[in-house]
Design a protein around this ligand. Structure first.
Ligand SMILES: Cc1cc2nc3c(=O)[nH]c(=O)nc-3n(C[C@H](O)[C@H](O)[C@H](O)COP(=O)(O)OP(=O)(O)OC[C@H]3O[C@@H](n4cnc5c(N)ncnc54)[C@H](O)[C@@H]3O)c2cc1C
Length: 495
């Protein structure tokens, strides 16, 4: 049988697009993620219009709902050495970036009809946190649950992250959560019937300053106490693990071979499928616009498809959580901060661990498709919900990467994008009940490590919600701690 090829870079056929539609992924962004179309060297230029036409022909979409991909820098595949040659003024904050974030998705993408009138639990946010929680509630027999997501699955940070999963943390609470999450991730493909490409190639942290080297040393002792086999490396030992790594400016390194990298998107599909199979509704393109409260309880969640009466509301809206909390008069300490990231053309496998320079926040790994995927925080980035991409980032990143791996100078950057870290003052999440609004549960503030924490946090939260048994996690990370000043800072933060 002949195949109609739609995306020749990624070998995506018309049948693949129809398959995505049959699985419920029918807007271009979801289809792009489900099939991989538009993620290759032509950056979607050659295939988007064909996919759009096919979606209309299949009656999966109306023309008015077909949004073009917005051009982002680099406009065409560009060598890292060229990007690294651009001058960056480190004294100035980054400005702007393209594209502008969509505040509201087009009404034509909204499912027809109103949301249901009542649900026991309403979860706001269809990122990894909201979906993992809903799925874990279903495992405990609670299926009277609705997940509300204003965009497509993967629209938030959960669809934009680096996929790093590690046990190398600075506090016992985070080490134990990460250990459990990685254990669950190892079983995810078997349990959920979807491949998430978990590859435990380790994490190699480099320290350039004495203070950071001492931090690594302190943390190695803590990891070992928790059974995590992290070890300190000399500069030469690090070069043995990553041949070609210059280790320029590095004094020390730490390495845990059991850390790794996953591919984030299938996690969301896996959890969403699991929810739907259990009878939980996952409502995409459904925007929460407000709340109705009385007597210290949230009574209704208001959406652009009608109101839902509920017993419990969970705020799992990532970087948007403070904005939503404000609608119900709650002040969260979280701040959104843009983090940019990029991916290169694929190379033969050569890089086993994810490598990070802890001092600068540079990190990079190699995906299962061979691409170098990496990012770097910008200390000048102002707080705000900005998901635009900048030339400044690709340039800063390329400079920092080529310092450590000069041989990558000729590799071309194919794609870049951005998402928001959901940052709290102590780099730990906001979990548990809201003082003054007992049935509003918090599940946000996961900074740059929420993806890897989600399976374990959701498991604990579902248990805590359905059994009523106390769990110290929801006291330790309660909103009250910011007023009471009981903060235990997590310092192993990338970016
Ligand atoms: C560039 C980058 C790299 C990262 N790297 C890693 C990494 O390597 N490892 C790791 O573990 N973590 C990483 N993270 C962090 C991780 O992605 C997040 O901590 C995690 O995805 C947060 O999940 P979430 O479900 O809380 O939020 P999100 O995934 O952002 O989900 C929140 C959802 O709420 C929806 N929403 C917002 N407002 C409304 C509304 N009004 N109505 C309905 N829905 C709404 C949003 O559309 C969004 O989909 C990274 C993040 C970024 C940005």
């Amino acid at each position: 049988m002949s195949k109609t090829l739609i995306c020749s870079c990624e070998d995506v056929t018309a049948e693949d697009i129809r398959h995505a539609v049959s699985r419920g992924y029918s807007d271009v962004e979801s289809v792009k993620r489900f099939t991989g179309f538009g993620t290759g060297i032509c950056q979607g230029k050659g295939c988007l219009s064909a996919v759009a036409a096919l979606l209309c022909k299949e009656k999966a979409q109306k023309p008015a709902s077909l949004l073009p991909f917005t051009p982002r820098p680099p406009l065409y595949p560009t060598e890292m050495s060229l990007l690294a040659s651009m001058k960056v003024d480190e004294s100035q904050p980054p400005v702007g970036g393209v594209p502008e974030e969509l505040a509201v998705f087009p009404p034509t993408l909204r499912p027809e009809g109103p949301v249901r009138a009542k649900a026991k639990v309403v979860i706001i946010g269809g990122g990894i946190m909201g979906l993992a929680l809903a799925y874990n509630l279903s495992l405990r027999g609670e299926t009277d649950v609705v997940v509300l997501e204003r965009g497509y699955l993967c629209a938030g940070a959960s669809g934009r992250n680096g996929g790093g999963v590690r046990m190398q943390w600075g506090t016992s609470a985070n080490i134990e959560l990460a250990k459990r999450s990685i254990e669950l991730m190892g079983r995810f493909a078997r349990d959920m019937g979807i491949n998430v490409w978990l590859r435990q190639g380790g994490y190699l942290f480099m320290a350039k300053t004495k203070a950071v080297a001492e931090r690594l040393e302190r943390n190695v002792a803590l990891h070992n106490k928790h059974g995590v086999p992290t070890r300190l490396l000399t500069v030469d030992e690090a070069r043995e693990i990553v041949p070609g790594l210059s280790m320029t400016g590095a004094q020390a390194a730490s390495y845990n071979p059991e850390d790794g990298v996953i591919f984030p998107w299938p996690f969301l599909w896996g959890y969403a499928n699991g929810c739907r199979k259990a009878g939980i509704q996952v409502e995409t393109f459904t925007h929460v616009t407000g709340f109705e409260t009385s007597d210290g309880l949230v009574r209704k969640v208001k959406t652009d498809r009608g109101d839902i009466a509920c017993d419990t509301v969970v705020l799992a809206s990532g970087a948007w959580s403070p904005e939503l909390a404000k609608l119900v008069g709650v002040q969260l300490p979280n701040e959104p901060h843009r983090h940019e990231i990029l991916s290169t053309e694929p190379l033969k496998p050569f890089l086993s661990p994810l490598v990070s320079v802890l001092d600068s926040g540079l990190y990079f790994s190699q995906s299962m498709r061979g691409e170098i995927v990496g990012g770097m925080g910008d200390p000048k980035e102002p707080a705000g919900l900005n998901m635009g991409s900048t030339l400044r980032f690709v340039s800063r990143f390329s400079q920092a990467l080529l310092e450590q791996m000069p041989q990558l100078g000729h590799v071309k950057v194919l794609r870049q994008w951005a998402g928001c870290y959901d940052v709290t003052p102590d780099n730990n999440p906001v979990l548990g009940r809201t003082p003054g609004l007992e049935n509003l549960l918090q599940m946000s503030g996961f900074v740059g490590h929420g993806f890897m924490m989600a399976p374990a946090v959701a498991e604990r939260m579902a248990g805590w919600m359905t059994t009523g048994e106390s769990d110290e996690l929801f006291t330790r990370f309660n909103l009250r701690r910011f007023q009471e000043g009981k903060l235990e800072r997590e310092d192993m933060i990338i970016g």
